[in-house]
Design a protein around this ligand. Structure first.
Ligand SMILES: [Fe+2]
Ligand SMILES: [Fe+2]
Length: 356
């Protein structure tokens, strides 16, 4: 018995046995069950059990469980050969089924690998396409900027202020990345405004002022067709950065929280920076005066134009806002061979302050 266990345990090729139900010191069925627990990954061994009339019930029960074939003693040699052949065929069939299963597992694994590879390629293509889209609009922004008295430094600072305010609101890093890249595109619609209006040195007449206002909707149309989150954010900002909290802005006179948060943030940043900058039609104010006008009003800009919670926040960010302006100054046009290096780089500009 121990010799049989030894053989069947150690030789994986032994898969078929003929065994008497009455073994010395052990029941043949128990021996079969024991053998079937060996090498669970491999094919189970098959057995022909030889029984006498007295053990017939045990043998029938074993057959019901699909464990073995059995023969009554005394054994007819022809029946034994037939029975062994039957089990051999069963083993061959099991081996074939197992090979097929292994093949299909390998095929499924290969297919999964191919799908994963294709997904990786697709993701990287989508990322490149998105980047291409953003780069195209950044270039368009540069083109608009060359026409506009507002400079590349202005739009870079708008990105940095907006990110600073959003950070103060507790926005997560993903939202900060969005607004810092989207806010610089706020005036992209100016590309669609005629030079005679955009570059007019004096005050615009009412009709010209109305045309100038359309830059919000033009900017929206340029950016809104993309599903890219940065451009979706940019389209909200482009459309609504001249809306006012009290409803007195344009193009739709939206008020309060019906103005998207990113546009409310950009609006404060834009007004602050415009106040700090000299233009053909106005002088530049220092930081304290610009903050005073935003917080207290001067007849044209009024605190009611802005989200009160953002005004309160801006007060606490006072110093950093001033530092952003000082760090990113406009250069005289004739010296600026590279006029807009900061345009797509507002994040590092703000980061240097946040980590101080
Ligand atoms: Fe604007
Ligand atoms: Fe602006």
């Amino acid at each position: 018995m121990s010799q049989a266990i030894d053989i069947i345990s150690n030789d994986p090729l032994v898969k078929l046995g003929v065994i008497d139900i009455n073994l010395p010191g052990r029941n043949g069925l128990d021996f079969v069950k024991f053998c079937q627990t060996l090498n669970p990954q491999d094919l189970m061994a098959e057995f022909v059990i030889l029984t006498g009339h007295g053990e017939l019930d045990d043998a029938v029960e074993a057959m019901r469980n699909g464990i073995v074939d059995f023969l009554l003693k005394p054994v007819d040699p022809d029946e034994l050969i037939t029975s062994v052949h039957k089990l051999q065929n069963r083993l061959i069939q099991q081996q074939t089924d197992k090979s097929k299963r292994q093949d299909s597992h390998i095929k499924v694994a290969r297919l999964n690998q191919q799908v994963a590879d294709k997904n990786r390629i697709l993701t990287s293509m989508e990322e490149r396409l998105e980047q291409f889209h953003i780069d195209s609009l950044t270039s368009l922004n540069l083109a608009a900027d060359y026409k506009d008295p507002e400079t590349g430094e202005h739009v870079a600072r708008i990105g940095a202020y907006s990110e600073l305010i959003a950070n103060g609101l507790g926005c997560d890093s993903k939202q900060l990345a969005l607004i810092s890249r989207a806010a610089p595109l706020h005036d992209i619609g100016k590309i669609g405004i005629a030079d005679s209006i955009l570059l007019k040195p004096g005050k615009l007449d009412p009709a010209e002022a109305e045309i100038m206002k359309t830059h919000s909707q033009i900017g929206y149309k340029i950016t809104q067709r993309s599903t890219n989150p940065i451009l979706q954010c940019a389209s909200n900002i482009a459309l609504s950065h001249h809306e006012r909290w009290d409803g007195s802005g344009y193009p739709y006179g939206f008020s309060g929280t019906s103005i998207p948060l990113e546009a409310r943030i950009t609006a404060i940043a834009d007004v602050y920076d415009a106040l700090r900058s000299a233009r053909p039609y106005k002088e530049a104010f220092d930081h304290d005066m610009a903050m005073k006008i935003i917080l207290e009003g001067d007849g044209r800009t009024e605190p009611r134009h802005f989200d009160p919670s953002l005004l309160a926040l801006v007060k606490t960010l006072d110093n950093t806002i001033a530092k952003i302006f000082e760090a990113c100054q406009e250069k005289p046009v004739d010296e600026s061979v590279s006029r807009h290096p900061e345009l797509d780089n507002s994040k590092p500009l703000l980061k240097s302050f946040l980590h101080k």
